[in-house]
Design a protein. Structure first.
Length: 464
């Protein structure tokens, strides 16, 4: 395990995933591993690690059950995947667990270690990897949220950087692996008609909405310690914002794109409590596993600004919530109206816009004003739209794990990203603002309407 190697170019020769018996492995990892075997010829040992009292046969059965619930299975690929599986059962705090893992890795010299475990366990697992001599030549993948606040994220980064260079740390945010999110970036920079109007002179406001029509399901223990801010605003939605408004990358270096994203995030003004509305759906406190009297938000809406020449003065509104009318994620860029309405109409301020649907399907819509038939010069608002169905997309975890195996960090968070994102939300964590209630099946508390005020109304996604 101690041979030196160029980690920038050499693919990982084993994949270790901690938390092999958990929900994330069941819902995402096993289907993605099958895709890597089927589509990309993955052919290295795959070692699951957990403390469940299991053996290899039980892990294989868990994998088969997962695959059977996630679409049609390629039987040949499934058999190949099962043949690659290994299993280590043990406590992450027990050095014996990592000694067993060392033996299972055999001749592997550059494993990818994927921490599909709760954030509170990251430091314990990483320390075990280091103390057992498994860190040299290895890559490390950690799930979000990375830290619980800015200080803890810095502490965790400092601990990881003692044994892993930044280029070998992959902070995974599965949202960045989604095809519609990649398409958002591509559409902006591949079409020359957008760049001249993508600035404060032409854009009036921006909205980003991530709505879910379900509650916290069986994630009470995690969610009640996390909340909507840490779960999706601090990571997913700020990354979507960066894709939407960052400057074009300069040069051809592999880090050029991430440099521009980092520059954008560092320019976002920290969100103030006065620009924040937190909500909790009625009935949340009655969910098993939620603390009595919990003040964790299941909804958050914020107004933020970017301190740059391109975006100075343009208000950006982001909201996310559980138990809302639909499950959908959309971005809406609202353009300024002409300085004078040529035909004397009373035109809605949101008439001209561009809409990106990121889930559950992908859509790009352009809001236009079109003349009504007849003698009068009056019009209607219409939206021209091109839609693609999400069923054809490669699963995000398949894309991200495949990239991490080859040392490609483009779609992963960097240390400066994480620090900038925590800086943005630092003032509005936990109980920094009042908590309002809202009825399940609604668009959140009424106070969110007051927040957006004259820049509204909120554009509510619709699902066909």
């Amino acid at each position: 395990m101690k041979d030196s190697i160029d980690m920038k170019t050499a693919p990982s020769d084993a994949l270790v995933f901690f938390g092999a018996t958990g929900d994330l492995a069941y819902q995402q990892i096993f289907p993605s591993l099958l895709g890597l075997v089927r589509d990309e010829g993955l052919n290295v040992p795959i070692i699951g690690v957990a403390k469940a009292g299991w053996g290899l046969d039980q892990l294989k059965q868990r994998a088969q059950d997962s695959l059977s619930h996630h679409g049609p299975v390629d039987q040949n690929a499934q058999e190949k995947l099962l043949s690659l599986l290994r299993y280590v059962d043990g406590d992450y705090a027990d050095p014996a667990t990592f000694k067993t893992l060392y033996r299972e890795l055999g001749d592997a010299k550059r494993p990818l270690n994927y921490l599909a475990v709760p954030p509170t366990t990251f430091a314990t697992v990483a320390a075990g990897i280091v103390s057992s001599g498994l860190a040299q030549g290895a890559r490390l993948v950690v799930e979000k949220p990375f830290g619980h606040d800015r200080a803890s994220a810095r502490t965790l980064n400092a601990m990881l950087r003692k044994s892993f260079p930044e280029e070998n740390i992959f902070r995974i945010d599965h949202f960045l692996g989604k095809e519609p999110v990649q398409n958002l970036l591509y559409t902006r920079f591949a079409n020359p008609i957008f760049e001249p109007i993508w600035n404060r002179d032409h854009v009036r406001s921006i909205q980003i909405t991530m709505a879910e029509d379900f509650g916290i399901l069986d994630r009470a223990a995690f969610y009640d310690a996390t909340g909507a801010n840490r779960d999706v605003l601090q990571n997913h939605l700020l990354q979507v914002l960066a894709h939407l408004v960052m400057d074009p990358p300069t040069g051809e270096e592999s880090e050029a794109m991430r440099d521009q994203k980092a520059s954008l995030l560092k320019a976002v003004r920290p969100i103030e409590p006065a620009d924040t509305v937190r909500g909790q759906y009625i009935g949340y406190r009655g969910v098993a596993g939620v603390r009595a009297g919990s003040t964790v938000e299941t909804y958050i809406a914020v107004r933020l600004f970017i301190e740059s020449w391109r975006w100075e003065g343009v208000p950006i509104y982001i909201r996310t919530g559980k138990n809302m009318p639909v499950t959908a994620t959309e971005v809406s860029v609202e353009f300024r109206r002409p300085p004078r309405e040529t035909f004397g109409e009373l035109v809605p301020i949101g008439s001209a816009h561009m809409r990106f649907r990121l889930s559950p399907d992908m859509a790009i819509g352009m809001g236009l004003r079109v003349k009504q038939p007849g003698d009068r010069m009056v019009g209607n608002d219409l939206e021209l739209m091109l839609t693609a169905q999400a069923a054809t997309y490669r699963p995000p975890y398949q894309r991200l794990l495949g990239d991490a195996m080859h040392g490609i960090g483009d779609l992963f968070g960097r240390e400066d990203f994480v620090d900038a994102q925590w800086r943005i939300v630092e003032q509005i964590l936990d109980d920094a603002t009042p908590l309002y209630t809202y009825d399940p099946g609604t668009w959140g508390p009424d106070e969110a309407t007051q927040l957006i005020g004259g820049d509204g109304p909120w554009r509510n996604p619709r699902v066909r």
